[in-house]
Design a protein around this ligand. Structure first.
Ligand SMILES: [Zn+2]
Length: 439
C-alpha cells in the first residue's frame, strides 16, 4: 500500500529539511522524499494521494508521558480510547506511565499492555516500568527484567521517589541499562494536603499550597546523586523557574539530565484556579507568570528538551467534587498542538524547533527509532494545518475523559492526518465552513 503526500511544507529537523517536498510511503516505510512535483510517475502509480497544500508535514509527534489507566481504571481511559485520543492529537507514539492497577512493575503487566496495544494497532505504545515495587518507594523493581521486555524508561510517576538510597540505586541501574529514570519531582512533606501552587492566589482562595521549593529541592537532590552515579535523569513535567535553572546549570556541567514541560504549564497560571474549576488542579500545580517566563526561556535555550502532555484522564466522579478533594490532572493529547503552536506565534520556538520538541528529541532521549523522515525509516507522520481557527470542544475528544480546562478556548492549528507505519489512523472531520479534509 503506497501513500503519496504532495504539495505540503515538509519539515524534518533531523534531515534539516524545511520546504516544498513530496513524500512517498510504501510498505510502512518512507520510500522517497523529493522536491514538489519531482517524484517520477511510475513510482507514485497506484498510490493513495493526500493533497497537503497549505499544510505542514512532519515526523509523527511522540508523547513520552501519558496515563492510559488500563489495567485497573478503564472507566477513565482504556488503551483503545487513549490510542484514539493520541491519533486525534497527531501523536504516532506514546509512552504509558506505570501507575495502573496492577502497577507496571513486572514482566506480566508490561507484556499485557504491549499485547493489547498490538491488538489495537493504532499508535505505537511504549511502556515505562516502575522504579519501585507497587510504586511504594521501598523496594526496587527487577529493572533488568523490565528492560528485557522492552520498557523505554523507569518512573514512579504520580509519586516521587522520596528515598535517597532508592533513587541512587535506580540511577545506577539507569546507567547500566542506558535508560532514563523519570522523576516526578516533589518533596512530599512540603506539599502534603496541598491542592494548588502556594502563593498569593492560594492565600486569597484559602486553599493549601504546594510551594515551588518542593519541586526544586527534589531536582537538586537528583542532580546531586547523578554526579556520582552517572545514568540518566529525566525530570518530568517541570513547572518551576527554579527547577529550570537547576537543570540549566547541570547541563552546563555536562551532566546527563533532560526534562520535559506539559503545555498547561506554559499556557496557564494559578489564576485559572480562581473559579475553583477542578480542571485547573494538577500536580505539579499551575504556577505563576514568572515561572512561565522561565519555562519559555528554558524552551528557547534548549534547557527544556521536549514537550509531553502528562495526559491524565479522570471521570466526572473524580473531578466534580470540592477542589481539595478532586483528583490531580487533565487530559492533554488533543490540545497539545494548538497550545504549543502559540510558542511559535510568540517567537519562542521556530516551527522546526517545536517539531524537535514534539518528535525528534523525545525519540533521541528514549532511544526510539522514530522522529525523522529519512528514506527507509518507519513512516510515522503528522500532517497539520496551522491556520484553522476553532473552539476547543471537550465533547469532541476521542478520550474517554473530558477533564480539560481548555474547553471553549479559541485556538489555531489542527491535526488533519495522523499516519502510523504508513497507515492513516486518523483524519479530521471537516470543520464548519472549512475544507481541510483533502484526502
Ligand atoms: Zn507526574
Amino acid at each position: 500500500m503506497k501513500v503519496w503526500i504532495k504539495n505540503g511544507r515538509l519539515i524534518d529537523p533531523i534531515n534539516k529539511l524545511d520546504g516544498d517536498f513530496d513524500l512517498l510511503l510504501d510498505k510502512g516505510k518512507v520510500s522517497a522524499v523529493a522536491p514538489k512535483g519531482k517524484l517520477p510517475a511510475p513510482q507514485t502509480k497506484g498510490a493513495q494521494e493526500i493533497d497537503a497544500q497549505g499544510l505542514i508535514v512532519s515526523p509523527g509527534f511522540i508523547d513520552m508521558h501519558v496515563h492510559f489507566r488500563e489495567p485497573g481504571f478503564e472507566y477513565k481511559e482504556t488503551i483503545q480510547t487513549g490510542c484514539e485520543s493520541a491519533a486525534a492529537g497527531g501523536f504516532t507514539s506514546v509512552a504509558v506511565m506505570p501507575n495502573t492497577d496492577p502497577v507496571i512493575d513486572n514482566r506480566s503487566v508490561a507484556e499485557l499492555i504491549q499485547a493489547r496495544a498490538r491488538e489495537i494497532d493504532t499508535v505505537n505504545v511504549f511502556v515505562i516500568g516502575a522504579i519501585s515495587q507497587g510504586l511504594k518507594g521501598e523496594k526496587l523493581t527487577d529493572m533488568g527484567e523490565l528492560k528485557d521486555c522492552g520498557v523505554v524508561g523507569f518512573s514512579d510517576d504520580g509519586h516521587p521517589v522520596m528515598s535517597n538510597e532508592l533513587m541512587r540505586r535506580a540511577l545506577e541501574y539507569s546507567r547500566m541499562f542506558d535508560l532514563p529514570c523519570i522523576q516526578h519531582s516533589e518533596v512530599l512533606d512540603l506539599t502534603e494536603g496541598g491542592c494548588m501552587n502556594e502563593g498569593l492566589v492560594s492565600t486569597e482562595l484559602g486553599l493549601k499550597g504546594m510551594p515551588t521549593e518542593a519541586e526544586d529541592i527534589m531536582v537538586f537532590r537528583d542532580i546531586a546523586l547523578l554526579k556520582k552515579t552517572g545514568g540518566r535523569l529525566h525530570v518530568a513535567h517541570i513547572s518551576s523557574g527554579g527547577s529550570v535553572e537547576l537543570v540549566r546549570q547541570a547541563k552546563a556541567k555536562g551532566l546527563p539530565v533532560t526534562c520535559e514541560v506539559a503545555p498547561h504549564h506554559f499556557a496557564l497560571t494559578d489564576e485559572a484556579v480562581r473559579g475553583y474549576d477542578t480542571n485547573s488542579k494538577m500536580s505539579p500545580p499551575l504556577r505563576t507568570q514568572s515561572d512561565i517566563e522561565d519555562i519559555k526561556a528554558g524552551l528557547k535555550d534548549g534547557t527544556i528538551d521536549m514537550i509531553a502532555t502528562d495526559h491524565a484522564p479522570h471521570d466526572l466522579v473524580d473531578k466534580q467534587v470540592e477542589f481539595d478533594h478532586a483528583c490531580f490532572g487533565i487530559v492533554g493529547l488533543e490540545t497539545a498542538l494548538p497550545l504549543s503552536l502559540a510558542l511559535v506565534d510568540e517567537g519562542i520556538l521556530t516551527m522546526s524547533s517545536l517539531i524537535e520538541k514534539m518528535s525528534s528529541e523525545p525519540a533521541r532521549i528514549f532511544k526510539i527509532d522514530r522522529g525523522n523522515l529519512t528514506e527507509g525509516k518507519i513512516a510515522d507522520i503528522t500532517i497539520y494545518d496551522t491556520d484553522i481557527k476553532y473552539k476547543i470542544d471537550v465533547n469532541s475528544f476521542k478520550s474517554r475523559s473530558k477533564n480539560s480546562p481548555f474547553h471553549d478556548w479559541k485556538v489555531r492549528g489542527k491535526v488533519i492526518h495522523t499516519i502510523v507505519s504508513g497507515k492513516i489512523v486518523y483524519t479530521a472531520a471537516p470543520l464548519m465552513g472549512g475544507s481541510h479534509n483533502k484526502v
